[in-house]
Write a protein that binds this ligand. Structure first.
Ligand code: C5P
Length: 216
């Protein structure tokens, strides 16, 4: 079974994807990490973010294992990731790896922005996880404070709105709900309620689950 999970920044899609992968014993790929790794490398090597050819070279030589997971989670790297992700040649370099991950025998869970539309359009289950920008900013703000990063709620909200705009407006694989994805708006749900709602949707859609035909 392939489960495709998309949604905007801080929607909780990563947590849901990890839990679904553990629940169904499927391998999981957080595709945002790939773009974060390219963004982090561009920052570290002072690559000009307008130099698309140089960014594509970084993406082509990506070694995820060499990246420090804590650095990848920072707000600055998230912003850099969203900038490099708008470059078509960067996306092209990261395409094969993601498609191969999705196509492995037994299936997989992938989360990102274009999983249901580009990486795994034939996924068995597609979820689009979302919440209001204010709710997502409050969550991201809490996370950043817990990690010891300084940030005001207003600054985090401004960053989320900028990321939403850039991710949705770009020409190449924009953040968009696949027509056949189920929407989960978890604005008013806590983490546990959001997980239960996601699991219910997957159970209804998965092969041998309640609803066999997509679109029912
Ligand atoms: O999900 P996360 O915040 O880690 O993603 C960082 C950035 O990577 C996003 O803002 C988005 O621009 C980009 N991204 C993407 N396509 C994906 C996953 C992430 O464009 N499949």
């Amino acid at each position: 079974m392939i489960i495709a999970i998309d949604g905007p920044a801080a929607s909780g899609k990563g947590t849901i994807a990890r839990r679904l992968a553990a629940h169904y014993r499927l391998p999981h790929l957080d595709t945002g990490l790939l773009y974060r790794a390219v963004g982090a490398k561009a920052l570290a090597e002072h690559v000009d973010f307008d130099d698309e050819a140089a960014l594509a070279v970084l993406a082509g030589g990506l070694d995820l294992g060499a990246c420090d997971p804590e650095t990848l989670k920072s707000g600055a790297v998230g912003e850099a990731a969203s900038r490099v992700a708008a470059v078509p040649d960067v996306r092209a370099k990261l395409l094969r790896l993601q498609k191969d991950f999705a196509a492995q025998p037994g299936g997989a869970v992938l989360d990102g922005r274009d999983i249901g539309t580009v990486i795994a359009p034939a996924a068995d289950v597609k979820l689009f996880i979302t919440a209001t920008p204010e709710a997502r900013a409050a969550r991201r703000h809490r996370e950043l404070l817990q990690r010891g990063e300084e940030a005001t709620l207003d600054a985090v909200l401004a960053d989320i709105l900028k990321r939403d705009q850039r991710d949705s407006a770009r020409a190449s694989a924009p953040l968009i709900r696949a027509d056949d994805a189920d929407i989960l708006d978890n604005t008013r749900l806590d983490v546990e309620q959001s997980w239960q709602a996601a699991l219910d949707l997957v159970e209804r859609r998965r092969p041998h689950g309640g609803l066999h035909e997509r679109g029912q």
